[in-house]
Write a protein that binds this ligand. Structure first.
Ligand SMILES: [Zn+2]
Length: 232
């Protein structure tokens, strides 16, 4: 089961924002499951004046990113949205052939004003597939609730034979903060986030991939440099 990283956007928060920081990437992931492709997160949406002004997003075409691996948007059966911040669900509206899986706690949080871009989080033509807690998505692929960064954040566990990859998404900011089992970022609840990260560590993944860090966390002593994921 191949896993490919999708470099969807680069974001530069305005210095006016309290969480200003240097330009950072926004990654999604493509899991080439034997039944049908699964996408995890869809980056920043396109053409929103307020977001463009505050975050200066540079988009990398999602169609091209998928097609590099032989996948069209219409082929995607499942979109797993780690959380509903604007930089993770921005192109969900394009995936009309698939189900979009979101945690109930995240849907409730995202109804609050100012949380996200509502039309990206709740595309008018799509009914979200709302779940509570851990859930098997397809054989070898399951979501694990990892609240902390947000109330309804979820991560994805991919088991391919003996190899376990966790798409941690933004349950932690970087490989360094993941190693320390902290959010590494401002978030909704650092304490709950620690508990979520302890859960992910307890799964003993061979490899962990994140939303905003180009590096890959690897279990100490793991022999494979990339654990099968294509990080180009
Ligand atoms: Zn976020």
């Amino acid at each position: 089961m191949e896993i490919h990283r999708l470099h969807l956007t680069d974001v530069t928060p305005s210095p006016r924002l309290p969480w200003a920081r240097p330009t950072y990437p926004v990654f999604g992931y493509l899991v080439l499951h034997p039944e049908a492709p699964i996408v995890v997160d869809t980056g920043v949406g396109i053409g929103h004046a307020f977001i463009d002004e505050l975050y200066s997003p540079v988009h990398h075409d999602i169609d091209d990113s998928l097609f590099a691996h032989g996948v069209r948007i219409a082929d995607v059966a499942t979109v797993i949205t780690s959380h509903l911040h604007f930089d993770h669900c921005g192109q969900n509206a394009r995936f009309t052939n698939g189900r979009i899986i979101v945690q109930r706690a995240e849907v409730e949080a995202a109804r609050e004003p100012g949380y996200t871009v509502p039309e990206w989080a709740f595309p008018p033509a799509i009914e979200l597939d709302v779940i509570d807690g851990d859930h098997e998505i397809a054989s070898g692929v399951r979501v694990v609730a990892t609240p902390g960064h947000t109330p309804g954040h979820q991560s994805v566990v991919v088991d391919d034979g003996p190899r376990r990859t966790v798409l941690c998404c933004q349950a932690s900011w970087s490989t360094t903060s993941f190693e320390a089992a902290t959010l590494g970022d401002d978030g909704w609840s650092p304490e709950i986030g620690v508990a979520s990260l302890d859960r992910l560590h307890a799964l003993k993944p061979d490899s962990v991939l994140l939303s905003h860090d180009p590096d890959e966390w690897r279990q100490a002593g793991h022999p494979s440099p990339t654990n099968g994921a294509d990080l180009s």
